[in-house]
Ligand binder design. Structure first.
Ligand code: ATP
Ligand code: MG
Length: 421
């Protein structure tokens, strides 16, 4: 196949061998969210570029170099494939005035797009489940989000390999004070900064703390801590979140270097991380973003939320052997002969009317080869029709997994008997 006809690099097909795991994950997530009263939001995959610049921040990795942005030839508008879901969700909440009668608990899922270097757990089209609680200011909501995620890890069978790191970014004043100290600190160590950090020094020094460059770790570890700048309100909020986690028996580590790659966060930030995925160790990340609704033009409203990377969780589940077995049909419908082929379509529908999951053999082939396929399908029953059966409206049937002789009966009687067994 020529390169130009292949899928775009970093954008994956989800094949039948994997879609069972996806389906299992999605069903678990839907039940889990219902249990906490969250309602689904579906927003467009394309938004005006300005939305992401405004929400995520101009001087972030995502906006600087990861967005798929293009000009719509038809009207000259700059559009962007969404790199994350919070901006779109908040945009829709403001546009449709969803907070008019108080707080809202919302969730979404779907593909996100970032132009990154593809590797295991990092793709250019990837999928997230995101959860946003809008209109709630108090720390109980931060705690609820964390209890929720802890429960999901249990339900997915991953609780033992995912752990929680949290931090507080404080309010705007604390970040401003910390920013000055950081700039002074990094200026004093200018020679040790990599190119990215040099560039960020005056525009977004906080982001230097999020560097993935091992050569900068020691420098970053010794940098002034935002924790030291927190005012009483931020400190109390953070303490209440920690207390809530302790009350619930959820282990956590305070990581003063945790800053997140998006500008909209304040107060609580957190990441759920694993050692099982190499450098792509964050499976879920979020926190508070009390300023974002106002920043996007809405009536000020506090908010918090998180997003998890579905592919990373699925890799963990697959590697831990947690993928569900492919379900077998109840019936494999063997049909040999031309009249039998037509009759088989009716027999299959009648069986489905009675509640059976039916895999009808298609495409001809000998009786023997069809019986082999029936066996391989894992079906509990083989229902067999030839031209003889077709002529008189009967079927032959036999259980595949126990030694019982084949029987032949009129279709309705056969179905009644099969349902009984
Ligand atoms: P990272 O530090 O790994 O680049 P991030 O801080 O950019 O992650 P967020 O924007 O917080 O990630 O997105 C939330 C989650 O979405 C991440 O924790 C991760 O699980 C997942 N994610 C982010 N980018 C990708 C990607 N390119 N491919 C697959 N999953 C991703
Ligand atoms: Mg990233």
């Amino acid at each position: 196949m020529s390169n130009s006809l292949r899928a775009v690099r970093g954008m994956n097909d989800i094949l039948p061998a994997d879609s069972g795991l996806w389906g299992h994950f999605e069903a678990t997530v839907r039940d889990w969210l219902r249990g906490y009263g969250y309602q689904e939001m579906r927003t467009p995959i394309l938004e005006h570029t300005g939305l992401f610049k405004r929400a995520i921040g101009e001087v972030t990795d995502i906006v600087e170099k990861e967005m798929y942005t293009f000009v719509d030839d038809l009207n000259g508008e700059s559009l962007t494939l969404r790199p994350e879901g919070t901006a779109s969700c908040v945009r829709a909440v403001i546009e449709h005035n969803l907070l008019y009668d108080g707080g809202k608990r919302l969730w979404y899922t779907g593909p996100m797009f970032r132009h990154e270097r593809p590797q295991k757990g990092r793709y250019r089209q990837f999928h997230q489940v995101g959860v946003e609680a809008l209109g709630y200011a108090t720390p109980d909501m931060d705690v609820e989000l964390l209890l929720m995620t802890a429960r999901l890890w249990k339900q997915l069978g991953l609780a033992d390999s995912i752990r929680l790191e949290i931090n507080s970014l404080g309010g705007a004043e604390a970040r401003a004070a910390h920013r000055q100290k950081l700039i002074a600190y990094f200026q004093a160590h200018q020679a040790e900064l990599d190119a990215d950090a040099q560039r960020r020094l005056l525009t977004n020094p906080l982001r230097i703390l999020d560097t993935k460059n091992p050569a900068m770790q020691a420098l970053v570890d010794a940098a002034p801590s935002l924790m030291d700048e927190l005012d009483d309100a931020a400190r109390q909020h953070f303490d209440a979140v920690c207390q809530g986690l302790t009350d619930a028996g959820i282990a956590y580590r305070i990581n003063p270097r945790l800053v997140r790659g998006l500008d909209y966060y304040n107060y609580t930030v957190f990441e759920w991380v694993t050692d099982k995925l190499g450098a792509q160790g964050t499976v879920c990340a979020g926190g508070r973003y009390d300023g974002l609704v106002a920043q996007l033009g809405g009536k000020p409203a506090p908010a918090c939320g998180f997003a998890m990377g579905i592919e990373r969780l699925l890799v963990m589940m697959a590697e831990a052997g947690l993928a569900p077995a492919t379900p077998s049909p109840d019936v494999y419908l063997v049909n040999v002969g031309e009249a039998a082929g037509r009759y088989a379509l009716q027999v299959a529908e009648a069986l489905r009317d009675a509640g059976f999951i039916v895999l009808r053999h298609g495409g001809g082939g000998s009786f023997k080869s069809q019986m082999k396929k029936a066996d391989a399908s894992g079906a509990a029953w083989a229902v067999i029709v030839g031209d003889d059966e077709a002529a008189v409206g009967e079927v032959s049937f036999k259980p595949m997994r126990v030694e019982v002789a084949q029987q032949r009966l009129p279709l309705a009687q056969a179905i009644a008997l099969m349902k009984e067994i």
